[in-house]
Ligand binder design. Structure first.
Ligand SMILES: [Cu+2]
Length: 503
């Protein structure tokens, strides 16, 4: 791969010789700018939304005016198209209890005679926060596990769709279908549900078109500090204490696009921890978010049942493990859908040194991850995520950041790069253009060691989702050495950086 049109040279907007500013040791502070909403595009989106609302209101008003004797629906939030045509209230109320089992409502299908008033007693009997939202606008709001809410859907004139609106939950199967029985063919029921059928799929259309171009991503990366890729050596304590605080916030992706990010300690990836075999890690997880979250440390050998459980906003959890084996181990939120929680930023790595690491001059860490950008300000697009179709890719959380801010090294320096594929889905084949690896360590063992002394040479470190390892190499000549995911369509989406080598 000689040149790649991935242009190893820094972006025009970048500060060419800027060395990424050093960052605190193992649990450094976030360097990424976390600004709230972007610039004009939200304004125009809001304007568009207002126009939309106005036209809906106008339509509803027109329907009401043309049929002033239409029954007034009871309860809140109803009164959209579903009840527009003439349905005679029966005066009877149907009452149904709905619970949650895993990522499904039970029951997920309710039959109600047309004209009945429907009341749903919704209990979140699941193991994390959920809500129940109906297309009519009736909503339970976010309920903690165990909480109950009565929902009044008013007089039922046609089918009504419901779902959980927490990111990814609907796509996991949390839907509830209310079927109006005994409806005449002239009832608005079918047309109403038909007109709403595509409503829920609108979101994501922007994303399919690609909301952030490589140029926009690179230009934005040039305006922020790169996350420090330097991996400091492990400290000597054997009892290690960390606090992981979960927050949810809006972050910029480009100068005009934001996304909702869920993080450990405010940054994605979360803290990179490093220790030795035999160390004990004491982690306190604090959930300062609005939904349920959790932690899964691949570095530990413990029964998942207790330590990996989801906790509520405001709760804390103690998670202790002894690092028995060397590796670069993934950690991540394991609350369903896990793909969504990881795609939104809830991942990081724990490095446990092998006992026979060679001496190097420079040591870096790169955590590879996928971005499924949706509409402005939204979490990962669930449709793209389900289809394994990321529209941006990153090393250490930000696409193209080390293209915009090349990493400075010297000729003949020996370099080690630890690589973790946080996924959530795709493989990373890590390659440094212009070098060969004399050492490749992958998932607990040296695959190649010794280079010229008979150990062979390598060109990529291949990692599936959640795999990790490191490579060692020595650049011999000054120049710009791109490092990429050699699945090149993914490099072109942002998994591309540059080592700038000088004499
Ligand atoms: Cu989470």
């Amino acid at each position: 791969m000689a040149d790649l049109n991935l242009s190893a040279s820094p972006s025009s907007g970048g500060e060419k010789s800027k060395t990424p500013a050093p960052k605190g040791p193992t649990t450094g502070t976030p360097k990424l700018r976390m600004s709230p909403a972007g610039d004009h595009s939200p304004v125009s989106r809001t304007a568009g939304a207002i126009v939309g609302v106005v036209s809906v209101v106008a339509l509803a008003l027109a329907i009401f005016l043309s049929n002033p004797s239409a029954p007034t629906t009871q309860g809140t939030g109803t009164g959209t198209g579903t009840t527009a045509s003439s349905v005679t209230p029966t005066g009877h109320t149907t009452r149904v209890s709905v619970g949650v089992d895993g990522m499904a409502f039970t029951p997920n299908h309710i039959e109600v005679p047309v004209g009945d008033r429907l009341i749903v007693d919704f209990t979140n009997s699941g193991d994390q926060r959920h809500d129940l939202v109906f297309e009519t606008g009736v909503s339970s709001g976010s309920l903690a596990a165990g909480e109950t809410k009565e929902l009044d859907l008013g007089v039922i004139s046609g089918d009504v769709e419901g779902w959980c609106s927490l990111p990814g939950h609907r796509e996991m199967g949390m839907t509830l279908h209310v079927q109006a029985t005994g409806a005449s063919s002239s009832s608005s029921g079918t047309s109403a549900s038909g007109s709403h059928a595509h409503h829920g799929h609108d979101h994501g259309q922007d994303a399919a078109a690609g909301p952030a171009t490589p140029t926009a991503l690179t230009d934005y990366a040039a305006t922020i500090d790169a996350r420090d890729p330097v991996l400091p050596p492990a400290t000597n304590e054997t009892e290690r204490h960390y606090t992981f605080t979960v927050t949810e916030q809006t972050v910029n992706v480009t100068s005009s696009l934001t996304r909702e990010s869920w993080t450990f300690n405010g940054d994605a990836p979360g803290p990179i921890l490093r220790g030795h075999i035999g160390d004990t890690f004491h982690i306190t997880l604090v959930n300062n978010g609005t939904m349920s979250h959790s932690l899964d440390f691949h570095a530990g050998l413990v029964a998942p049942d207790n330590v990996m459980r989801s906790i509520e906003p405001g709760q804390t959890l103690e998670y202790t493990f002894v690092a028995k084996n060397a590796g670069i181990w993934l950690y991540h939120c394991s609350t369903a859908p896990m793909s969504m929680h990881i795609a939104n930023g809830m991942f990081g790595a724990v490095i446990i040194d092998p006992t026979d690491l060679d001496k190097v001059d420079r040591e870096y860490v790169m955590v590879a991850s996928e971005l499924y950008l949706g509409a402005d300000g939204q979490p990962a697009d669930a449709s793209l995520l389900s289809a394994l179709q990321p529209n941006a890719m990153a090393f250490n959380g930000v696409p193209f950041q080390y293209k915009a801010h090349p990493i400075q090294i010297k000729t003949n320096e020996r370099v080690r790069v630890w690589v973790m594929d946080a996924g959530p889905n795709l493989a990373t084949t890590f390659h440094v253009v212009g070098t060969q690896f004399d050492t490749v360590w992958r998932e607990g063992a040296y695959v190649i060691r010794g280079g010229g002394s008979g150990g062979g040479w390598g060109q990529v470190l291949t990692l599936g989702a959640a795999e990790g390892g490191f490579v060692e190499f020595t650049p011999l000549e000054a120049g710009h050495y791109a490092f990429v995911n050699h699945a090149l369509s993914l490099a072109e989406k942002g998994q591309l950086g540059v080592f700038e080598v000088t004499d």
